[in-house]
Structure formats: C-alpha cells, structure tokens
Design a binder for this molecule. Structure first.
Ligand code: IPE
Ligand code: IPE
Ligand code: MG
Length: 227
C-alpha cells in the first residue's frame, strides 16, 4: 500500500494503441476503440480502491480530426454510447465528470449530453476528467489570451484559465502503447509530473496496471529542482 505522502492524487493517461490492438487480431479498428472503452469503464470502477482523486484521460485530441471521417464518426458514436450507458454508474459511484478541451464545438447532441452529465455529477468526490477535442497548445493560447484580456499575464493568471484550473497538480502521466511522446497533451501541467511509458496497448490496460504504476510512482524521488 502506498503511503499517503507518496500517493498520486492526479494521474493522467494517454490511452494509445487501440488501432494496433485490433490490427494484431485482424479486427477492424472500431473493435479496438470499443475494447478501449471497456478498459476505461473497468479503470473508473477501480478508482475507489486507489488514492487517486483525479484521473484525466486523453480521449480525442484536436489533431485526431485528421483521421478518416469513418473513424472520427465511430469515436463520436462511442462517446455518445459511453455517456449514456455509464452516467448512472458515475452518479452511483460518486464520480464527478470534468472535461478539458474545446468540447463545446463538438456535435450539438454531444454537447448537450455532456452538459447534462456535468450537471448530474457535479457533487462527486472523485474526478474523471476527459480530454475531448483537446490540444495543449490551444489550451495555453486561450488561457494566455484570457489572462491578457484581464490585464495581467502571469503564471498564476494563466493557470487560472487552463482547463485544469480546478484539478489537483498533475503527479503522474502514463502513456500506453510504447510510444514515447506527449502528442500535445498537458504540456503545461506536465512540468514536474513523473512520466511512465508502458508497453501495453490501451485495450489490454487493467486496474492492476494502474496499481503497478502507482507503486512505481511511490518509489520515485521528486525534487522539483531542489536537492
Ligand atoms: C488511441 O488509439 C485512441 C485514440 C487516439 C482516439 P489509436 O487509435 O491511436 O491506436 P494506434 O496508435 O493506431 O494503435
Ligand atoms: C494521442 O494519441 C491522442 C489520444 C490518445 C487521444 P495519437 O495516436 O493520436 O498520437 P500520435 O498521433 O501517435 O502522436
Ligand atoms: Mg495512436
């Protein structure tokens, strides 16, 4: 069991490898994404057994619009299904939904579903933050623009306008699939996060992988520039 001072409060995951998971099985990519949603569901269910207060998941990047229309449609439909099927469980399990990114420019029915889900889960004690149509460059740019409009550009004023303003500081950033890059995810927030790149494809990720990652996090020595 991790000691409280070594516990990660905020964990973020770049859920990568759905396509490769499907390819290895000679299945359509859509099947990989579907399995990926199942991995998300199991992980969210397991949160109550961990010290994690906030789990941030990279679900759709602002660059993912470059994918074929069919795949984008598929991902949006999975999003619709996931909110509908899992919202009652979020409410029952005290999970508060938060969204990062330019989600208000998604399809109007999705925006409406998300607004409803945000309102219905507002009282939850653990946060599931989903990055949707998210890109860190755009996030930092809009935060700086708002800070400037208020007349003060400082670290604090920019942070106040990041999508993560209400979330705990990022402790641990995990990427699955073996790729070792950030792909425009949480560039500001990751300044002093510990990073973990795992050789597991996202649909194969289980709550045990998170437990292992938290144990590894507890072993790391964080210095924040000091000594
Ligand atoms: C991650 O899996 C899911 C999204 C980016 C939405 P990928 O679809 O990127 O899977 P790979 O990287 O092609 O294996
Ligand atoms: C990052 O994965 C985005 C998400 C997991 C949603 P990508 O598969 O889009 O990243 P790249 O293209 O390999 O950098
Ligand atoms: Mg990928």
């Amino acid at each position: 069991m991790t000691t409280p001072d070594k516990a990660a409060r905020h964990v973020a995951i770049i859920m990568d490898g759905n396509g490769r998971w499907a390819k290895r099985r000679h299945l359509p990519r859509a099947m990989g994404h579907r399995k990926g949603v199942e991995a998300v569901r199991e992980l969210v269910r397991s949160l109550k057994d961990t010290p994690v207060e906030c789990l941030t998941l990279y679900a759709f990047s602002s660059e993912n619009w470059k994918r074929p229309e069919e795949e984008v449609d598929d991902l949006m439909n999975l999003m619709r299904k996931f909110i509908k099927s899992d919202l009652p469980e979020f409410i029952a399990n005290d999970v508060r939904l938060h969204i990062l990114g330019d989600w208000r420019s998604l399809a109007p029915d999705i925006v409406e579903m998300l607004e409803d889900a945000l309102a219905q889960t507002a009282q939850g004690s653990r946060t599931l933050a989903v990055a949707l149509n998210y890109g860190a460059h755009a996030e930092i740019t809009q935060a700086a623009r708002k800070a400037a409009a208020e007349g003060e550009i400082s670290q604090e004023s920019i942070e106040r306008h990041l999508f993560s303003a209400d979330l705990p500081p990022l402790d641990l950033l995990i990427r699955t699939s073996g790729e070792v890059r950030l792909s425009n995810f949480l560039l500001w927030q990751a300044a002093y996060a510990e990073m973990l790149f795992l050789d597991v494809l996202w649909p194969d990720f289980t709550p045990d992988h998170l437990t292992g990652a938290l144990a590894e996090f507890a072993e790391r020595e964080r210095r924040f520039g000091g000594r």
